[in-house]
Structures are given as structure tokens and as C-alpha cells.
Design a protein. Structure first.
Length: 243
């Protein structure tokens, strides 16, 4: 009788389902016990995570205020040349030659163009001396930097025997000023200031000289000594939580 019942085809009816459940009664009991045990353990762990570790969850999602400060170092590159009247030359500085300390990045470059070696000395003692006209332009693209930054000064000129200055921002938004940052932890606060790849390559500066003839005999010159000084500013950043 039991063999005939077990051989009957399962038709999906409620009676057939009940007969199958009773036939595998032990397996069903074990399955139910496993499911209930899983739900109990899952519920306990969820409650423990939320109740006992809420402070950790809150710390991981709440932004705190961090105070960022920059420690700077600098290194200079310098080159002097004598240019003839109407001549233009390109001064090339290899920034890769700079010894950047471990943990530091290049932030900005200050450029000084000085022609006081000749006319400036005479002009300071003799106001009748005519100063030469000096023009300089920084060539774009040879160095990985913020070439479109509105704070850059990439050209300059003088005819008063005084040096003039130019500026190139290398690292994004760097100005050396301390600032605040809202971040969930110190790592996130420092992350924007740890990008590598800036300040690589060469910096090229075109300089042109146009000498002025003095109305006084013996004070005219057909050349000018130009000295360019590159000050490379490097920075290391630190963060402290504002309590």
C-alpha cells in the first residue's frame, strides 16, 4: 500500500504537499531549526552592532573640523647671461634637479629677473644714466603645473634698472596659507594634498634685451647682464583636529 502511494505522481495539490512533508518530517524539522537559528544569530549581531558600536559608526560618518598647516622648504636655481641689444635667449631650468625631501611636494615657483648688474649700479649713482628695457615670458607646457591659474604672473618687463618678479603655481590651490577642512578623519583631510606628479619637467623663460643709448658720452652699452633666480617652494602638510 505504501509503495503504491509513493509511486503516485505528484500533482501539486495541497494533499500531495502534506503527504510529502510528512514523508520527510525529520528533514523539515531540521530545516526549520536551521532557519530559526540563523534568524536569531542575525538579529543578535545586528542589535549588538548598532547598540554597542554606535559610536564607531557615528565617527565613521560624521565630519570633523581639521586644521591644516604647511611646513615649507625652498631651493634656488640661478643663471646669468650677457645679452646683446635686440637679442632674445631662452633660460632653461631643470626642476627635476631639485632635491625634494621625502614627504614634500613642490607647491609654487617664484621667479626674479634682475638686470642691475650693469645699468642698475650706474643708475644708483648717476640719475642721468639710461636704463635698458628687459622683457621676459615664461613658456607654457614644459613643466607639470597650474598653467591656467589666475594667480600666475607669466610675463614681465622693466626699464627702470630694478628687478621684476613672476610667479607660477605648481600644486593645485597651493598658497602656503593654513586652512580648515571638514573631513571624517585625518586621512581624508590630508588626501587632497598628497597628489604626486606636479613639478616635473623643465621651466623655460624667454628674455629679450633692448638697450637705450645714453645722451652722455661713455655711458651707452650694447649688452646687458641678466640674472634669473628660480625659487622652488616645497611643502609638507600636517593636520590637527579642532576640538
Amino acid at each position: 500500500m505504501s509503495q503504491s502511494k509513493s509511486s503516485e505522481k505528484f500533482d501539486g495539490s495541497f494533499n500531495a504537499i502534506f503527504l510529502n512533508m510528512t514523508a520527510y518530517n525529520e528533514a523539515v524539522k531540521i530545516y526549520i531549526v536551521v532557519v530559526i537559528s540563523f534568524l536569531v544569530v542575525f538579529t543578535y549581531n545586528s542589535f549588538d552592532l548598532v547598540y554597542n558600536h554606535w559610536e564607531l559608526i557615528e565617527d565613521a560618518t560624521t565630519e570633523d573640523e581639521w586644521y591644516l598647516t604647511f611646513n615649507e622648504q625652498s631651493e634656488n636655481l640661478q643663471e646669468s647671461r650677457v645679452l646683446q641689444d635686440g637679442e632674445m635667449q631662452t633660460f632653461t631650468f631643470y626642476i627635476d634637479d631639485i632635491n625634494v625631501p621625502e614627504g614634500y611636494l613642490i607647491g609654487e615657483i617664484n621667479i626674479t629677473v634682475d638686470d642691475t648688474g650693469n645699468d642698475g649700479i650706474i643708475a644708483n649713482t648717476d640719475p642721468t644714466n639710461e636704463c635698458d628695457s628687459i622683457l621676459a615670458d615664461v613658456r607654457e607646457g614644459g613643466l607639470t603645473a597650474q598653467w591656467t591659474d589666475e594667480n600666475n604672473t607669466l610675463s614681465g618687463q622693466t626699464n627702470d634698472c630694478e628687478p621684476f618678479f613672476m610667479y607660477l603655481r605648481v600644486y593645485p590651490d597651493y598658497d602656503g596659507l593654513s586652512r580648515s577642512s571638514n573631513s571624517v578623519n585625518e586621512f581624508q583631510a590630508l588626501l587632497p594634498w598628497q597628489q604626486s606628479g606636479w613639478g616635473y619637467g623643465e621651466l623655460e623663460i624667454d628674455v629679450e634685451v633692448n638697450t637705450d643709448d645714453s645722451i652722455f658720452p661713455g655711458q651707452s652699452s650694447d649688452d646687458e647682464e641678466i640674472t634669473i633666480t628660480i625659487e622652488v617652494i616645497m611643502f609638507e602638510i600636517s593636520a590637527s583636529e579642532v576640538i
